[in-house]
Design a protein around this ligand. Structure first.
Ligand SMILES: [Zn+2]
Ligand SMILES: [Zn+2]
Length: 261
């Protein structure tokens, strides 16, 4: 029994180290070989070739100012009157966060970058998302957050993956914004089951009380970074935790937004 528990305690870190080593080897191989565009496969030294870079980042899409859900063109008139447009759900039951900036919908071909970042440790995709999120922020007129935090992974998941993909976006974004980034400000204290197959109510219950704040956030404006926003339940729970601890404002920075549940 004791021997089993000792063996188990060593198994996870070794597996994580092997994964980290494999990821580092893949990155080295990419650096040594002539690069390929992550989206179309054409030769490119940058993550994206010039064609894909110009084509896919300029999605003109009106989004809810609070949750970044795409809105129908009928909302455009209100936008022209300089009133921030909102989806019905946010008007009826506002989430705990104040604003969400998103680059594009979660769909082909840009979803490839999120998959490369999350499952293949292609950290350059994180830097690319950060570069564009910074541009979207500068155009938004929103106030600058005081600190940038990534959506945390639970410890078992962090150990299994070896890195947090949201941190890979949060760090370069914070550098561009000229603000502090802090991955230790919020922790996931409960390991929640994978969200993607659950309905919205179940997701909300699943993430309630899943986070713990460490540090003084009173009066602070927190920028929360994630790779993909689906239902918004996780970001809502996170913002709720920050507000409960006294944060003044929470702005989400998400790379890709799932259009509908
Ligand atoms: Zn390309
Ligand atoms: Zn909304």
């Amino acid at each position: 029994m004791k021997a089993d528990s000792i063996r188990f305690s060593f198994q996870i870190p070794i597996a994580a180290r092997v994964r980290q080593f494999a990821a580092a080897t893949r990155q080295l191989a990419r650096a040594a070989l002539p690069g390929q565009c992550a989206l179309c496969g054409n030769l490119s030294q940058a993550l994206l070739c010039g064609g894909c870079d110009a084509q896919y980042w300029n999605e003109q899409r009106l989004r809810c100012a609070t949750c970044a859900l795409p809105l129908a063109a009928s909302y455009l008139r209100r936008e022209r009157e300089d009133v921030r447009a909102h989806c019905t759900a946010c008007l009826e039951a506002p989430p705990a966060f104040n604003d969400t900036l998103a680059l594009a919908d979660y769909r082909a071909p840009l979803d490839t970058l999120a998959v490369e970042l999350k499952f293949r440790a292609r950290l350059a995709a994180g830097a690319e998302f950060a570069r564009h999120l910074h541009r979207v922020f500068e155009d938004s007129g929103l106030p600058r957050p005081d600190v940038i935090v990534p959506v945390p992974l639970s410890r078992p998941r962090l150990i299994a993956r070896g890195y947090n993909q949201a941190w890979a976006i949060a760090q370069p974004l914070a550098r561009r914004l000229g603000v502090r980034s802090d991955a230790s400000l919020i922790a996931r204290v409960r390991h929640t089951s994978a969200q993607s197959r659950l309905d919205l109510d179940t997701r909300r219950r699943n993430v309630a009380n899943a986070f713990a704040i460490s540090g003084d956030v009173r009066g602070r404006h927190i920028g929360v970074v994630d790779d993909v926003m689906t239902s918004g339940a996780t970001l809502d729970a996170l913002a709720r935790a920050f507000k409960f601890a006294g944060a003044r404002r929470v702005t989400n920075f998400v790379a890709l937004r799932t259009p509908k549940d």
